[in-house]
Design a protein around this ligand. Structure first.
Ligand code: SAH
Ligand code: MG
Length: 217
């Protein structure tokens, strides 16, 4: 069920193409996490104002957000590199890309992002937009590499920084299972907001998004 705000906002959104609505339903039915409509709004705004030639995504899942980002820039010569480490997920992403990315604008890297992003950096790759949507406990370790992977003016969008609200709880109130992620996410938020190479804005949209623009080499 959509709440009142969601129903209202829906009136002002560009409707999803049918195949993306179907993928979204499939993801919901199979408990595959995909971007919310609110995260989609933020991504769309950034993509259509920055107009990147190269996008990097960490966390493909079944390819919904990669295809969504491509749909945001239908007339642009955009290329998307997306990384996924779990076989069950990237196998489905591959099927979806072969069906819906006919002009091969999306490249799938089937590997742990911890290795992949270091290699991309060593190869001298650069991205104007980076979408970070993977294991939240690793964000803090990915951050320095992702900053290097952008030129000044590049934008990093990080999803799910609230971890369902856990990040806001006092560390004494967090249960054992969430303790590490709580600490790592707080370190990440301190790092993105305190980093002199970045200007960051935390959007309290859905599960929380940080948008960070690289302002200094
Ligand atoms: N961006 C997708 C959803 C991603 S869900 C969408 O909105 O459609 C997060 C995904 O990140 C999961 O499929 C998980 O397997 C993957 N992931 C988590 N840690 C990763 C890592 N270190 N390297 C590569 N993929 C990772
Ligand atoms: Mg997410």
């Amino acid at each position: 069920m959509l709440d009142r705000t969601e129903v209202f906002l829906e009136k002002y959104r560009t409707p999803l193409p049918t195949y993306l609505s179907e993928m979204s339903k499939h993801a919901q039915d199979h408990n595959i996490p995909i971007i919310t409509r609110g995260t989609g709004d933020v991504l769309r705004y950034i993509l259509r104002t920055v107009v990147p030639d190269e996008i990097l995504e960490i966390g493909t899942a079944i390819g919904f957000s990669a295809l969504f980002m491509k749909e945001c820039l239908p007339d642009e010569d955009v290329h998307i590199t997306t990384i996924e480490k779990i076989e069950a997920r990237y196998a489905q992403a591959e099927v979806n890309f072969s069906k819906y990315d006919k002009d091969n604008r999306i490249t799938l890297i089937k590997e742990d992002a911890g290795y992949a992003i270091n290699r991309l950096r060593d190869e001298g790759k650069r991205y104007k937009v980076v979408f970070l949507d993977a294991a939240k406990g690793q964000y803090i370790y990915f951050l320095p590499v992702l900053i290097d992977l952008m030129d000044v003016g590049g934008v990093l969008v990080t999803d799910n920084i609230f971890h369902n609200g856990v990040v806001m709880n006092s560390k004494y109130a967090v249960n054992q299972r969430d303790r590490t992620i709580h600490e790592r996410l707080r370190e990440f938020l301190a790092a993105v907001t305190g980093n002199e190479r970045l200007e960051s804005l935390i959007f309290p949209v859905d599960d929380g998004i940080v948008v960070s623009k690289k302002i200094k080499q």
